[in-house]
Design a protein around this ligand. Structure first.
Ligand SMILES: [Zn+2]
Ligand SMILES: [Zn+2]
Length: 256
């Protein structure tokens, strides 16, 4: 399995992360934050499936741009998988023929069907996309949000998406065989704990207590660090003295 966090900073430091999109095996995307701005026109049409963990802007920001970029290349619809609340939000507030066209009603130029189709996902029920099996798990964020377990026959990886203190995703992680890595939200430094609690994100300190629930030795990659807090969060993660905890590298292909 190959996983890459796409670039979302156009400034001098490509490691700053403002938006979230992970690519899994080049054809499946998790979240649509940077999906429409980090890839070449040739790369974009290879992505046919997109799982949206929640409707916050940093996770959907360039999904509309992506769809308009790939429209003329599509021979079958792009499928977006999300909770019912997220599908409703995307239909009502984004693809509403005001902010952006309703791609569910736009027929493909070079194929059958429409440009976009939604598939509603249910937490706890696994679903398959080609050779990949995914399980959504509700996490503790300010809007309906799921983390994801992504598995093939040999490897499992977990994405917490945006979350504060929570139990279910750690329980799933504890019981997952062949788990190689967890990509976890560590948005703010310890001194901003009250903001982190209000916005429902982890800090290095709350991550440390969450990791006690994990019960197995896997790589833990801190993601979603607010660009202005990056150095502070990196220092505080180092103070945890855990060899398995590190900051995710934007643009690196992680392969297992
Ligand atoms: Zn969020
Ligand atoms: Zn976010």
């Amino acid at each position: 399995m190959r996983i890459k966090l796409l670039r979302s900073s156009t400034g001098n430091d490509p490691q700053l992360q403002a938006l979230t999109t992970y690519l899994v095996n080049d054809f499946l995307a998790i979240d649509g934050g940077s999906i429409g701005l980090a890839l070449s026109p040739q790369q974009m049409p290879t992505i046919r499936h997109i799982v949206i963990t929640h409707a916050h802007s940093d996770h959907i920001a360039s999904l509309p741009i992506f769809l308009s970029e790939v429209l003329t290349e599509l021979k079958s619809p792009v499928t977006v998988y999300a909770l019912p609340e997220v599908v409703s939000a995307l239909r009502d507030f984004i693809f509403n023929d005001h902010i952006w066209p309703n791609f569910e009603n736009i027929p493909l130029l070079a194929g059958n069907g429409s440009a976009l189709q939604f598939r509603v996902i249910t937490p706890g029920e696994s679903f398959e996309i080609d050779e990949i099996s995914l399980t959504a798990v509700r996490v503790n964020h300010v809007v309906p949000t799921v983390g994801l377990r992504v598995q093939d026959r040999r490897t499992a990886v977990i994405f917490t998406s945006d979350t504060y203190i929570t139990d279910d995703i750690w329980e799933v992680a504890r019981g997952t065989r062949h788990l190689k890595a967890i990509f976890v939200d560590v948005s703010y430094p310890n001194e901003l704990e009250s903001l982190a609690a209000a916005a429902k994100h982890l800090t290095p300190q709350t991550l440390a207590s969450e990791l006690l629930k994990l019960g197995q030795a896997v790589e833990v990659y801190a993601t979603h660090i607010k660009p202005g807090s990056r150095e502070q969060v990196r220092l505080q993660l180092g103070e945890l003295r855990s060899p398995r905890v590190s900051v995710v590298e934007v643009g690196r292909v992680y392969e297992w």
